[in-house]
Design a protein around this ligand. Structure first.
Ligand code: ATP
Ligand code: MG
Length: 137
């Protein structure tokens, strides 16, 4: 089985959607094996999204991710990385398939309710960014 890092973003925590989003993950066969609610500083958000530092939306993205608490979580399951991204839907909610989290809940391409790791190597790094080995069983 595989593990991936998921973040329920400020637009979704603000609208009290954590449970509805978690139900989508569980219905898809993903198991939430670690989870905590934290608030990032803009600097911490900037470090997490370092790969996007040159993109025009980087400043806006970091500010948004620090604007309210987020729920960071580790999802486990067969093909968890791809499965999670399927359940999330396309980055832009206008392009997201019906029934996906972003189709149902996202407000815009920036405020799009969830983050999910995109490959095994980034999943490993992103899980280690938020969770210690002791928190992962
Ligand atoms: P994520 O990495 O959050 O799971 P993703 O892989 O679908 O989403 P990326 O291209 O990695 O999308 O972009 C990271 C995040 O940056 C997006 O989820 C979104 O919040 C934000 N973002 C992406 N494109 C734009 C844009 N054109 N304008 C504003 N924000 C954007
Ligand atoms: Mg991405």
């Amino acid at each position: 089985t595989e593990r991936t890092l998921s973040i329920i973003k400020p637009d979704a925590t603000n609208r009290n959607l954590t449970g509805k989003i978690n139900a989508k993950f569980e219905d898809a066969g993903l198991r939430i094996i670690a989870q905590k609610r934290i608030q990032l500083t803009p600097a911490q958000a900037g470090k997490f999204y370092e790969v996007h530092a040159e993109r025009p939306f980087y400043g806006e993205l970091c500010e948004f991710m620090a604007s309210a608490p987020v729920v960071v979580q580790v999802l486990e399951g067969e093909g968890a990385i791809a499965k999670n991204r399927e359940v999330m839907g396309a980055t832009n909610p206008a392009d997201a398939a019906p029934g996906t989290i972003r189709a149902e809940f996202a407000e815009s391409v920036g405020e799009n309710s969830v983050h999910g790791s995109d490959a095994p190597e980034t999943a490993k790094e992103e899980i280690a960014f938020f969770f210690s080995g002791l928190e992962l069983v």
